[in-house]
Design a protein around this ligand. Sequence first.
Ligand SMILES: CC(C)(COP(=O)(O)OP(=O)(O)OC[C@H]1O[C@@H](n2cnc3c(N)ncnc32)[C@H](O)[C@@H]1OP(=O)(O)O)[C@@H](O)C(=O)NCCC(=O)NCCS
Length: 207
Amino acid sequence: MTNVIIKESEDQPNLSIETPRLHIRTSRYEDADAMTAMLQVPGVADRLALFKLPYEPIESEIWCMNAETGLASENNWLMAILHRENEKQIGCIGLHRDAAVGGDWLPTRSAASYTNTAEIGYWIGKDHWGHGYASEAVGAMLYFGFEKRDLTMIHASASPENEQSDHILLRHQFRQCGTFMREIADGRTRPSVRYELTAPEWRANHG
Ligand SMILES: CC(C)(COP(=O)(O)OP(=O)(O)OC[C@H]1O[C@@H](n2cnc3c(N)ncnc32)[C@H](O)[C@@H]1OP(=O)(O)O)[C@@H](O)C(=O)NCCC(=O)NCCS
């Protein structure tokens, strides 16, 4: 992908990805207040499986605090999405390497085909919806995951009513694999659509 530039620094732990309009970099503690303000707007945090509701500032602080160790362990890339032109944060995107085979989705393929996989999740502050930012960020993280970390498959899940997310994932050639009951942060479960994109499927469109 010629329009995605990836910079990795070892002196100061940071992953930085530039796309035409976005700067996507490892989250930092000072991002937490801006994140909280965007996530507390109805329709953002409540569509994500990751956070307890009502959304509390501590959740942003935990995300930011985990970003450096996640980067160092190569298990959890917790990234802020910023406008390139003014470096203001507009959302977050995460790539979370799977600790267990398939999470709470029962895989339909052999376990061997699920090694080195990760889940992708993302949100954009409501004031910035509808400009293609999430799609641009997803494209960049897929490139990073498949080309720079040799992931074999990236998966996502979203509630069946989440038409924007469905649109973004299908646009990036994810396949819908079925609906399952996903355990979410507060111990409840909710119906979720499982999406998957394998490295060969991704490469077929980015040769
Ligand atoms: C989902 C979310 C990230 C989208 O952010 P965004 O930057 O507005 O998304 P984009 O502009 O890149 O793409 C949205 C796409 O959905 C399409 N869309 C918007 N409303 C739609 C609808 N009701 N039905 C179908 N498609 C719709 C848009 O046309 C656009 O597609 P296009 O680029 O092909 O035109 C944002 O709404 C959000 O943060 N929601 C809350 C958190 C969330 O749901 N995260 C995803 C969980 S996996």
